[in-house]
Write a new protein. Structure first.
Length: 349
């Protein structure tokens, strides 16, 4: 990697803000510890029948991570709520006995606020994970948990996304009283600092001139695949799609042929065997395969990844990915801080 390219990449707001993730999570854990403990006790007492998540963009990708986490550890059915039901159709389902978790960096998008208020009026316990503590969404919540990411000036959300993941992990750890989850959370800040230092620049030749790209993950890593694809589109002007390792074997596999770039993400849990098998399938199709978090010896170009608890491995992968996405954007002649046609706060009606 040339020194001028590296220097230009390190000068962006995206690089600076993504690199703050470890510090953000440390601050967030300490700030929210009493409120998370109280919320965990409340959820155990209330025994909610279902959880609905409410978010858009990167926050919705974080909600995907949360869905897997809640269903696998708290054992409560979790689904994504469409903001348009309230904001466009002026309707809201009955939500007595349910929880709504609203996630947003700004907390100001009118459709999210309208949907959250409608859910609360229909009986939901409204929990808001928001970075802007003065926002309407934070004010409307029954329980407000600040993301503590601080100002995020780059249009591309990075540290606020990771803060959303850590807040969800903290919430479920307190809800379930699972000491393993809490230990994983406590290990996360230092591990994020280590993950930020990992160099994925070996993937530059594969993606510098690419026109399309798949990002594939499974289970707790699927939301991270969604986020990686979104960031590649936003910052690099490269068409990218995210797929579950189970779903990509259907129609999407028809496009994978010689030189088609794929990033395959894994974590050391029950999903790893199927993801590793998919690496072999991509290899037989002669894809330009990049991997992170797969077993040693798996096909493809292996990007560095840390060994860690499988619940935080996907969070560490996205931190390493952000550094690379920022570098790739610069290499492709883009400004990752100011993507064309995008604004920091999207006020969807």
């Amino acid at each position: 990697m040339s020194e001028p390219l590296a220097a230009r990449a390190e000068a962006t707001l995206m690089h600076q803000e993504a690199g703050e993730a470890g510090a953000v999570v440390r601050r967030q854990i300490e700030r929210n510890r009493p409120a998370m403990k109280a919320l965990g006790e409340r959820l155990r007492a209330d025994k909610p029948s279902a959880v609905a998540t409410l978010a858009r963009g990167s926050s919705d990708n974080a909600a995907t991570f949360g869905r897997y986490l809640i269903e696998t550890h708290a054992g409560v059915l979790t689904g994504s709520s469409s903001p348009s039901v309230a904001s466009v159709y002026d309707a809201a389902p009955a939500m007595q006995g349910a929880v709504m978790i609203a996630l947003s960096q700004s907390g100001r998008s009118p459709d999210l606020v309208a949907a959250a208020e409608a859910a609360k009026a229909r009986g939901a316990l409204l929990i808001a994970l928001v970075n802007d503590e003065a926002s309407p969404l934070a004010t409307a919540a029954d329980v407000f948990l600040p993301l503590c990411a601080g100002p995020e000036r780059s249009v591309a959300a990075t540290k606020s996304f990771i803060a959303s993941l850590s807040a969800l992990l903290h919430l479920v750890a307190e809800w379930t009283g699972d000491p393993a989850l809490m230990a994983a959370l406590e290990a996360l800040p230092d591990a994020l600092d280590e993950a930020w230092a990992l160099d994925w620049s070996a993937a530059l030749p594969v993606l510098r001139e690419a026109a399309s790209f798949y990002v594939v993950g499974r289970g707790h890593g699927f939301g991270i695949a969604q986020e990686a694809a979104l960031k590649i589109k936003e910052t690099c002007g490269l068409h990218a799609e995210a797929f579950s390792a189970a779903e990509v074997r259907h129609g999407p596999m028809a496009l994978v042929e010689h030189g088609f770039p794929v990033l395959l993400l894994g974590q050391q849990d029950e999903s790893l065997e199927s993801v590793a098998a998919l690496a072999t399938e991509f290899s037989t199709r002669d894809a330009a395969l990049l991997t992170a978090g797969l077993p040693e010896g798996a096909p493809g170009l292996a990007l560095p990844a840390l060994d860690a608890d499988p619940l935080i491995q996907p969070i560490l992968l996205v931190e390493s990915f952000y550094r690379f996405a920022n570098l790739l954007a610069i290499a492709r002649g883009r400004d990752p801080d100011r993507p064309p046609h995008l604004a920091k706060v999207t006020e969807t009606l």
